[in-house]
Design a protein around this ligand. Sequence first.
Ligand SMILES: Nc1ncnc2c1ncn2[C@@H]1O[C@H](COP(=O)(O)OP(=O)(O)OP(=O)(O)O)[C@@H](O)[C@H]1O
Length: 465
Amino acid sequence: MLKDHEKLVQARQVQSELGAILDSVQEAIEVADRNGVIKYVNPAFTRITGIPEEERIGQNIFDASPDGALATALRTGRSVTGFRTTVGGSSAEVISNAAPIMIDGRLEGVVVVFQHFTDIMKLMDELRQRTSIIENLSDKFGQVTTSKYSFVDILGTSAELRRCIQLAERAARSNSTVLLLGESGTGKELFAHAIHHTSPRREKPFIKVNCAAIPETLLESEFFGYAKGAFTGAVKSKIGKFELAHGGTIFLDEIGDMNLSLQGKLLRVLQEMEFERVGGNQTIHVDVRVIAATNRNLRELIRLGKFREDLYYRLNVVEFTIPPLRMRKDDLPVLVNNLLIKLNRKLGKKVKGLTRDAEEILLGYDWPGNIRELENVIERVMVTVDEDILTKEHLMQHVSQFNATPERDIDLIPIDQMEQLLIKKAMAKFGNSVEGKRRAAQVLNISLATLYNKLKKFRTELDNR
Ligand SMILES: Nc1ncnc2c1ncn2[C@@H]1O[C@H](COP(=O)(O)OP(=O)(O)OP(=O)(O)O)[C@@H](O)[C@H]1O
């Protein structure tokens, strides 16, 4: 008797603990016996459905909610999950999970647990919002870059270059807009990095936008971002480069290639430091320092009506032109030495220097592709030559630019290969920048679009090999 009493006490304790749990959960719980008679509902059931406990208990589930999860589970003897329904006798729309209660292999009843559909929708909304915040942040995180070079990376001792460095160092301390001019490959981007790196904004982002590389139609949203639904496909909002650069510097490369309507918008941003996202109506304020660069003749573009004069005056608060390499040949030795050190490391070589006549070849050449071309030339020779000292013959043999006699005896090869060779040669000479491609297309007497197509075709052929 004592044992039975002890068991009874234990059972009561378990029952009251379970009761407390069932009473406190947020989900509604309803239990029916094997005949469908409702035996239990918890307080959350009444809260969600509005049906009082005393009204529900004793009803048969096949009368009360014949199409609900509980009746279905009882009818089939199987669990039901994610069942969306309206609770019989109420207007509450719920998502329910029901399961049969099996004791010793026999169906003794069924239990259902459900939640208000709007509660779930609210959670889903919250989840969506948070996911969008995370996506935006990770998008931003992936795009934010900082400057990679400082003034110590700009090599050269010529008076012309030193004057540019002095001006740039002074500009770096101010907040003024800087306009960098100069031929392709003269180091404009390097200067932009160095100015940001030396400015009080150095810890903040340095964001580069190549105005020539982005299709005109996308440039505006690239600059200012877009609001969700701004156009078909804008399923979420996107942050623009100006917002990304907040607190730091934006480097607008190839500014001479920007279309006139966007020039107007850029002018407004430079004046007011505020804008709206494409398709958005909220004004966004930013604090951004602008450095712009181009290898095109902006005064000529203004004369032709292709560049806004007011924008030009807004940009050229500090303006300087980086002289081409042919006008500062004094810089060649230090540039070449530095390249030898860098490329020895990269290619695993031990080149110590150049013979005097090899140096003379470099000094005698006029470097239309500037320092980028010099880098290409030295790398091409070092890749193919194993000696410690580079000679005039090495240069002549491996660098077509130095061969004064173009009508050499050429091997007969298929025309498409010859076309590839010529395009490669032009690219090596003028560099891979947009201006380089423009000049290459000019020399090859084909349109820029044709050149792009051919380059794309070579790349696909290489990928397929
Ligand atoms: N004074 C310099 N010292 C060392 N390297 C330099 C110097 N000037 C340019 N370079 C190197 O030459 C290459 C071309 O420079 P950069 O891209 O800055 O030229 P750019 O004028 O911006 O060219 P583009 O107009 O074609 O964009 C880079 O690899 C850069 O590091």
